[in-house]
Write a protein that binds this ligand. Structure first.
Ligand code: IPE
Ligand code: IPE
Ligand code: MG
Length: 249
């Protein structure tokens, strides 16, 4: 077991992104329906936010619903949407009281008015908070985000807002939702439930994130598991293309 004291304060990842997977399997293992797993998943979200504040993480991005998840059974999709709304209505005051700022990325036009308004209220209310920024990825797909950015980018070139000869990575990245919301790239990406893929999450932004996979299903994830992931991250060497010798200099 990893304890808080085993974590080096100086190298706590500033931004942790999580692919919260395994709710359905968790429920099925106990003979319950998938929705029950999602409800427990919301409890894990609450606890994970608290843990990040305690540990001193500054950004936590949570993959809550992907563009591909719209293809699930309509009953599951509407139950998930209800759960998101329940989360906004029950958690807004609590998150605000705890000085937590909430932001959202994704194709929010796809959400119902109620769902979007609940989220907007939470975002507006918490916008000046500073303890932790929670980024909720809802109706999010990285390919959608990049395509959307490319469209705006092309339009700005057409309208001569930017000159094609000055384009570089930084200018293109400035069109991504994350950059527009001043969210730095993740340092650590965690995926639960023993799946070893990215499923269209933050493809551009994780270019140099450290990846951590665990077989724990999302409803069973907790502060100990988070500390384990951070401890593992702290044992890595982030070279960003350089050699170890260069890093020592
Ligand atoms: C993750 O759990 C939550 C969402 C994708 C909304 P799943 O619902 O994917 O659970 P599994 O992968 O089927 O166990
Ligand atoms: C990824 O989980 C999306 C979220 C956690 C919101 P999925 O369960 O949808 O991913 P795949 O389909 O197994 O790749
Ligand atoms: Mg899944």
């Amino acid at each position: 077991m990893i304890f808080f004291d085993d974590i080096q304060q100086k190298t706590i990842p500033a931004h942790i992104a999580i692919i919260m997977d395994g709710n359905g399997r968790w429920a099925q293992r106990q003979g319950k329906d998938r929705i029950y797993g999602h409800q427990q998943g919301v409890e894990t979200v609450r606890k994970t936010i608290e843990a990040c504040v305690d540990i001193g993480v500054k950004y936590l991005s949570l993959y809550a619903f992907s563009t591909e998840n719209w293809n699930r059974d309509p009953d599951e999709v509407s139950a998930l949407m209800e759960l998101f709304m329940y989360f906004y209505y029950t958690e807004t005051d609590n998150l605000h009281k705890n000085n937590i700022c909430v932001k959202a990325i994704g194709n929010l036009d796809m959400l119902s008015d109620d769902c979007r308004n609940g989220m907007q209220n939470l975002i507006d209310k918490t916008k000046n908070n500073t303890a932790l920024t929670v980024v909720i990825a809802l109706s999010y797909g990285s390919r959608w985000e990049i395509t959307h950015a490319a469209k705006q980018f092309a339009s700005d070139i057409n309208n001569k807002v930017i000159d094609i000869n000055t384009i570089d990575e930084t200018i293109f990245a400035s069109y991504l939702q994350t950059n527009q919301l001043n969210i730095p790239d993740p340092d650590l990406l965690i995926r639960t439930s023993n799946e070893y893929r990215i499923s269209n999450f933050l493809l551009w932004q994780i270019a140099y994130a450290e990846l951590y996979f665990t077989d724990v299903l999302w409803p069973d994830f907790n502060k100990d598991e988070l500390l384990k992931a951070i401890h593992d991250y702290q044992g890595r060497t982030r070279r960003f293309g350089k050699t170890n010798e260069q890093l020592i200099k």
